[in-house]
Design a protein. Structure first.
Ligand SMILES: NC(=O)c1ccc[n+]([C@@H]2O[C@H](COP(=O)([O-])OP(=O)(O)OC[C@H]3O[C@@H](n4cnc5c(N)ncnc54)[C@H](O)[C@@H]3O)[C@@H](O)[C@H]2O)c1
Length: 272
């Protein structure tokens, strides 16, 4: 390990949340290995201080071993591993082609499983290793024609809860981050190509906006930091308040104010 710097692998590090995490951690005292399938988009790492990069497919067992070998060569162990690479994949239960949902499962669900297995020996070389996997609000709720993605993201929370118990005795923590709608490569130029959908999602968020990728990266930074030393097995939702609602009403449409006979704001104001 170079000086006091800690070391971390970030998958999906070419774009969006993974890139933001790699940049933030490199600024914050970490040596980062950014991993992605997309070699072109990894170009941002060229000349970036404290960031190395490699191309790999997280759904491949062999590639995960290559990632571990590279991290071992660079850092001689790992203090943290962030399994964040993912793809979207919508489609109805009737029509979604089998190969499509199997691809969603192999990248979004099996990617972190294979990654954790490959990276564990490196995490065990350090004290207080920690793991973060990127789930989603789709890992705690459901949505129409998004069952495969949602199923994979739910599975990650199951993985985190089970492994927190399996690895806790070794001092290794594992948590999930569940982002809400975040502006990244995945959501691309949705604002231009599907403005109605973009607005609909925005209106469902009490904070009334999409998140920036760095707002997710900052939660990841916390989860791998000593500040989260007693946090494990947790699915941390960062969604601007979306999932705590029923989804039936817009954030400011107070249901109690429209129910006849209920005590409402007007009556309370009259009493005062
Ligand atoms: N953007 C959102 O609104 C949102 C919301 C909830 C969860 N997420 C999750 O956040 C994570 C990051 O996504 P993002 O929004 O930053 O999207 P993104 O497309 O900007 O980044 C994902 C990265 O993963 C890489 N990747 C895809 N398949 C890979 C593979 N097989 N091997 C290696 N790399 C691969 C892509 O090349 C890309 O660089 C994903 O797991 C996604 O499901 C995103």
């Amino acid at each position: 390990m170079a000086g006091d710097r800690k070391s971390v692998v970030v998958t999906g590090g070419a774009s969006g949340i993974g890139r933001a995490a790699a940049e933030r951690l490199a600024r914050g005292g970490w040596d980062v290995l950014a991993v992605d399938l997309n070699a072109e988009q990894l170009a941002w790492t060229e000349g970036a201080e404290h960031v190395s990069a490699m191309t790999a497919d997280v759904s491949s067992e062999e590639d995960n071993q290559r990632i571990a070998d590279e991290a071992d060569k660079l850092f001689g162990g790992l203090d943290a591993a962030i399994f964040n690479a993912g793809i979207t994949g919508g489609g109805s239960i009737d029509a979604m082609p089998t190969e499509n949902f199997q691809r969603v499962f192999s990248i979004n669900m099996m990617g972190p499983v294979l990654g954790i297995r490959a990276m564990l020996p490196l995490l065990r070389k350090r004290e207080n290793g920690s793991i973060v996997v990127t789930s989603s609000t789709m890992g705690v709720g459901g949505d129409s024609e998004n069952w495969a993605y949602g199923m994979a993201k739910h599975a990650l929370i199951g993985l985190v809860r089970s492994l927190s118990r399996e690895l806790g005795w070794e001092g290794i923590r594992i948590n999930a981050l569940c982002p809400g709608p975040t502006k990244t490569g995945m959501t691309g130029n949705i604002e231009e190509v599907a403005p109605a959908h973009y607005d609909l999602l925005k209106r469902a968020v009490p904070l009334q906006r999409w998140a920036e990728a760095d707002e997710m990266a900052s939660v990841m930074e916390f989860l791998v930091s000593p500040g989260a030393s007693y946090v494990t097995g947790h699915a941390m939702v960062a969604d601007g308040g979306t999932i705590v609602g029923t989804g039936l009403l817009e954030p400011k449409a107070g249901s109690q104010n429209v129910i006849p006979g209920g005590i409402n704001e007007v009556e309370l104001a009259d009493e005062r």
